[in-house]
Design a protein around this ligand. Structure first.
Ligand code: SF4
Length: 172
């Protein structure tokens, strides 16, 4: 089957769809952690902000989409706050599973917190939210990346360490 063409700038609908998934994950995560106290929610938000900062300042600056509309709108956001980096660095970078553990933690922390709540006292609402979070974190992310983001990504053609990592796993 022929590969779909790459997008120089992604349409707004894709940017909204991709970000809606993240916002849904963060919202459900914060709701579960709120059961433990507001301090946990503040810690969670702080953790998300650190990861976003790391992405925008350390990776988006080197990406083909710096200053353009990528699937997540972060290429434009990054160019508002940070200087352009070195595009060659992006494709030459090596990514391992260890590097993406923090991204998994964004939804796994609330999932584990929810399981702890269930052990203390079973409630259907927490049970459903844990399942939803688990599905959004794994399937939702795979769907957004596979069908909306990576599928039309110019940086994938140039060279993307994340794409190489996931493809290697698929092939092995
Ligand atoms: S291929 Fe996917 S992970 Fe890599 S830069 Fe493009 S959208 Fe991001």
């Amino acid at each position: 089957m022929q590969e779909p063409g790459c997008k120089e700038n992604y349409p707004t609908a894709i940017v909204i769809g991709s970000n809606l998934l993240s916002l849904l994950i963060y919202g459900i995560g914060a709701f579960i952690l709120f059961r433990f106290g507001i301090i946990w929610v503040i810690g969670y938000v702080f953790f998300i902000l650190i990861l976003e900062f790391r992405l925008l300042s350390g990776h988006c600056v080197d990406c083909f989409y710096y200053g353009k509309t990528c699937a997540f709108g972060k290429g434009r956001l990054s160019s508002m706050f940070f200087q352009k980096g070195n595009p060659e660095k992006f494709s030459q970078m090596t990514l391992t599973w260890k590097d993406i553990i923090p991204d998994f933690l964004m939804f796994m922390i609330p999932v584990l917190a929810g399981i702890l709540l269930l052990i203390q006292e079973f409630t259907w609402i927490v049970f459903i939210l844990i399942i939803t979070l688990f599905l959004l974190g794994f399937l939702g992310n795979a769907l957004v990346r596979g069908q909306l983001a990576c599928r039309y990504c110019k940086q994938r053609e140039i060279g993307c360490p994340a794409e190489r990592l996931f493809n290697k796993t698929k092939k092995s």
